[in-house]
Write a protein that binds this ligand. Structure first.
Ligand code: GDG
Length: 506
């Protein structure tokens, strides 16, 4: 933790979903740790520091109740061995959490109108340019009363935490929900060292021109309140700097990836996010995963059959429908594969309150039914579509698949590809979209997919399935080595090293 010690500053984190959530069952209040690599990486940091607080949204009614009982202030939650709120001194790792409660209508406009789908869609190249009206009066109002108002509330909570720590702190903001926060925090606390990490792609200026000038300008100026704006890849960082130059007319340096904002230099940096290999190894070794592996082998891998896998949220950006169309084309053009290759799709229903997402799930079901009807042989359907939330099942499938399909239209990084690289034990081939951030690191070991070209994807799947075993193992070992040496800890350490430098500690 050398860089962290060097910083020696209090830490204020902000993300939409926090490190713990509260619920209620028959026995009373429960506390659960958040899942996922991001939460565990940042939790490790927050637990390590003497003075850290994590500001996040109250996601459940019980979260809101906890916030109310504490007058909106922070609470100390011991995270291990079992999470619980502590009053005095904890006797294990703990995180101070501040749950922000906002008006439900404002939150709905912030989350389900602006964050998803508008910003998410623009940043994944999915926003409509057809004849249907796009930004209506209601959307303009939702920006003001939802996105901007909620950003202001979170910024005030962050600034409050910074002020209570003497006005100087390291502030780490996460993702597309909070583009206006950095500027508000800096206005109130000019001495902060502030980084905003964007987990999704950042497109070039023309994509942002879909938004009216005043809104896109506010989003960019908001982010430029940071000292560092972090992305997964150099391409996204470069696009951001181009936007500042073209859309705001600010002086930029494309080689250095910097933007000049009055007397401040804002740096765009790229830090590819990654996974925690030790945690994945432990999950793979669990009895639960072993039971799933036995079941999956029995169902999919008898008689030298092969398995294509995909694991995604049901998000249009993941391009699930074209992926199935490519698999259908593969079977049309290689009938000898029918009955020999199965496609297991583990899809987690996502954002179903957004109409485009609900429609997408229906379309996925229809396409799968059609391909299965066309290619069922001896009672065996080629596509097994499971709408499930089951990480142990996903890891079991990661470990035994022959091919992983990631064909996203755009994807900030894609952690599934990195997870498969670490846990696959079968010489699994990564079939990876050239538009996923992970392609920058893993593309040379993968079979590349062009997400809009169904024929190309069918051909690439065929090449992956036909690849000799020694070649498969060689590529997988190289991909695993890349991920193990560039893990999530490194993602965080590199950011801290840069910030440490900026803060004058190194
Ligand atoms: C966004 C960006 C970027 C899988 N099945 C279950 C489950 N998973 C886990 C996977 C993986 C994670 O969910 C999905 O992460 P991805 O990176 O693939 O995709 P997004 O959710 O879109 O994440 C992305 C990421 O942020 C980090 O910056 O890489 O580009 O879009 O870890 O293993 N998790 C649970 N249940 C499951 O059934 N809880």
């Amino acid at each position: 933790m050398s860089d962290i010690d060097l910083l020696d500053l209090p830490l204020v984190l902000l993300s939409n979903r926090g490190p713990v959530s509260f619920d209620r069952d028959t026995a009373g209040r429960t506390v659960t740790r958040g899942a996922g690599g991001l939460v565990s990486a940042l939790s490790g940091l927050a637990e390590h520091l003497d003075d850290a607080v994590w500001v996040c949204g109250a996601a459940t009614p019980e979260d809101a109740a906890v916030a109310g009982e504490n007058d909106g202030g922070s609470i100390l939650v011991q995270t291990q061995p079992s999470p619980h709120v502590v009053d005095g001194k904890p006797d294990g790792p703990s995180i101070r959490v501040r749950l922000v409660v906002t008006d439900p209508a404002a939150y709905a406009d912030f989350y389900s109108v602006w964050s998803n789908p508008i910003l998410w869609f623009i940043q994944h190249g999915l926003y409509g340019r057809s004849l249907t009206p796009v930004l209506t009066r209601a959307d303009h109002d939702a920006f003001e009363n939802g996105y901007a108002a909620v950003n202001r509330a979170y910024a005030d909570a962050v600034a409050d935490e910074v002020r209570s720590r003497g006005g100087k702190a390291l502030v780490l903001l996460q993702d597309y929900h909070f583009y206006l926060v950095a500027e508000h925090v800096r206005e109130q606390c000019p001495d902060v060292v502030l980084t905003h990490f964007v987990h999704i792609p950042w497109p070039g200026p023309d994509e942002w021109r879909i938004l009216p000038g005043d809104i896109r300008e506010r989003l960019l100026r908001g982010l430029l309140g940071s000292d560092v704006v972090g992305f997964h890849t150099r391409r996204y960082a470069r696009n951001f700097v181009l936007c500042a130059g073209e859309l705001l007319g600010l002086p930029i340096n494309l080689d250095e990836l910097t933007v000049q904002v009055n007397d401040r230099t804002v740096r765009a940096r790229y830090y590819p996010i990654s996974v925690d290999p030790a945690a994945l190894d432990a999950t793979l070794a669990s009895e639960e995963v072993a039971a799933h592996v036995a079941m999956l082998r029995y169902v999919f891998l008898d008689d030298d059959r092969q398995l294509v896998l995909r694991v995604d949220r049901t998000d249009p950006s993941k391009n699930v429908v074209r992926g199935f169309l490519a698999f259908g084309t593969l079977l049309d053009q290689h009938p000898e594969l029918v009955g020999k290759v199965s496609f297991l799709a583990l899809l987690q229903p996502s954002r179903t309150d957004v109409p485009e997402y609900a429609d997408y799930i229906a379309l996925i079901g229809a396409v799968v039914a059609e391909i299965n009807a066309r290619h069922t042989k001896e009672g065996r359907q080629p596509i097994d579509l499971r709408m499930v939330e089951d990480f142990a099942l996903a890891v079991a499938a990661y470990s035994i698949c022959d091919v992983l399909m990631v064909n996203a239209i755009a994807d900030g990084m894609n952690l599934v590809a990195k997870e498969v690289a670490v846990v696959n034990r079968r010489g699994g081939v990564l079939a990876l979209s050239e538009m996923a951030g992970a392609h920058e690191e893993l593309g040379e070991f993968a079979v590349t997919l062009h997400p809009f070209d169904v024929q190309q994807m069918a051909d690439a799947l065929y090449a992956a399935l036909a690849m000799p075993m020694d070649e498969r193992h060689r590529r997988l070992a190289a991909a695993a080595e890349q991920v193990r040496t560039h893990d999530v800890r490194r993602w965080l350490d590199e950011q801290l090293a840069d910030l440490s430098h900026l803060a004058g500690f190194s």
